[in-house]
Write a protein that binds this ligand. Sequence first.
Ligand code: PLP
Length: 423
Amino acid sequence: MFFLVYVVCRMSTCEPRDWDIPVSYTAQNTFNPIRNVVETMHIEENPQLEVIRLTVGDPTVFGNLPPSEECVRALCDAIKSGKNNGYKPAYGCKEARNAVAKYSSTPEYIVDAEDVVLASGCSGAIEIALSALVDRGYNILIPRPGFSLYKCICGSRGIEARSYKLFPENGWEADLDGMASLIDERTKLIVVVNPSNPCGSVYKREHLEEILNIAEKYRVPVLCDEVYAHVTFGKEPFHSMGSLTKNVPVLVVGGIAKRFLVPGWRIGWIVIHDRNNSFGFKIRQALRRLCQVIVGPCSVIQAALPTILSDCPTQFFEKTLNLMKKTSNIFYESLSLLSELYPVRSQGAMYMLIGIKVDRLHNVKDDVDFTQKLMAEQSVLFCQQRVFNAPTFFALSSHVPWKSRESLARGSRSFVVIIERTL
Ligand SMILES: Cc1ncc(COP(=O)(O)O)c(C=O)c1O
């Protein structure tokens, strides 16, 4: 009997086998090119020169832009109080949602705390919003050039990301006819990013309304990414799509990462704008249910959020914006002197895109080759076009330290050197 059990066991489940652990479909199809550049790309620099990294959207990396004392104190107080060590409601505690509602309200529209869902960073908010509205086999419209996370999430979920064009010669406004022509019965969402990463554009009110008109005509909701809300230094003020919409259901996603200079604190939000109850209770409920997967953002940051959003002084914001304005102007002015480059003036959002006329350069194969040469010779690193789906454009960060004028000058001079060498 014992022998029989032994034999059956060997022949079936008890037989030791080799490990065979396949990677999931989701993981195989998840690729975020921007994280790949920041975390894994290693192009050899010139060992004689200190590296200038113009690739990053993290304003803390250079150490020149610390958060405000008020924000730091709010966070310390939230920890020291001992009252914020437990779980909070998955979609955010009432006080923090109230604070976001107040912060997001405009004279045109007062936001209610019940229309706010908190998430782990704006990335978390985007992920929840897409999960609530789009299934495998459907499509969404995204801007090109654009922030890579949208494509990354679509790839991992089997959602088709259809790109609508932005025109550099027109302040990176969207190709409205092109956008409309991409819409079909499987289109679930139009994504707008304003102010834009990576374009540095800030849309006029009229342009946002034109996009809303298309959304209304085809009955497609809008997701407006406003993580750079108020990070503007050009002539165009920031307008929130949420306060402009009348009939189109809009989800505005935002957070404190950029304007408050604390991307690592990981809190973001979705504000639901639904004047005619088109999303209805079911979408609201879906958003809240999806928050239960990771049980909401960090409780300590939630507790500090009301003070962060209300007490951060105006001078703090002005200082950051001045730095970005000066930096992007330096780059714009010096790079526009080179006929081989086509910088597009930035209006906000800590980035600027620079076009390259590869046909005018003999020893440069393409923009990737140009990036590699720039790093190898001048130790200057910036983002290549493939990260933003923008052929022949490069992105520069405009929050590099103003205090190191020299490195800035070298950053822009290096383009001259390398271009001269490739003429
Ligand atoms: C356009 C855009 N949306 C969302 C995010 C993500 O923000 P968070 O750091 O709050 O997740 C970023 C970050 O760079 C961004 O550029």
